[in-house]
Design a protein. Sequence first.
Length: 196
Amino acid sequence: MPERAFHELAADACPAYADLLLALCAEFRAVDGDAVRERLDDDGRALFGLGGLSPLARADRLAMVMDRELGLAPDCAPGPDGLLFDAVVLRRRGHPAMLAALGAELAWRAGVACGVYASPSRWFVGLGSGDDLVVLDAQLGGEGIEPPSELRPACAHELAFCVLCGLGTIYAREGRHDEGRHARRLRQALPIQPRI
């Protein structure tokens, strides 16, 4: 099944994280979306029964699966792979924003309300909503980290915007000017409105 085009998905109200991020990857290279989704489905099986747990127990279980069972780890290496969702899913290494998206996709496959959340300096998987919201730091394994004083949800469009900003910087640093310009053009296709 071919991926839907990035511009088409960017025009949707709010696409799923995996759909928009895979379409973004396909703008820069060939992507096997079926293989990525199959890996997500396989990894999500470890979370069977997650919906029956309390919000805090859900976060603990997701953290254990992401950190210990799947071995996900942050990777802020200078290349683009840490920001390209297909590579992150298959390598199990990536930028914390991509790990948060991966965690949200796994929780969603387990039937739990979830999303990606951001503070000024960190990324989180949010499980539940309202008073039942519990967030899991996408750095994983970070003991003793203070809870964020400011936290907001990040839709797929916002996450794609951040990824494209990062890719633009990486491509400029690597002298890959065509890809850098393409990243800037793709950012303009996103319906991101400034927050007041």
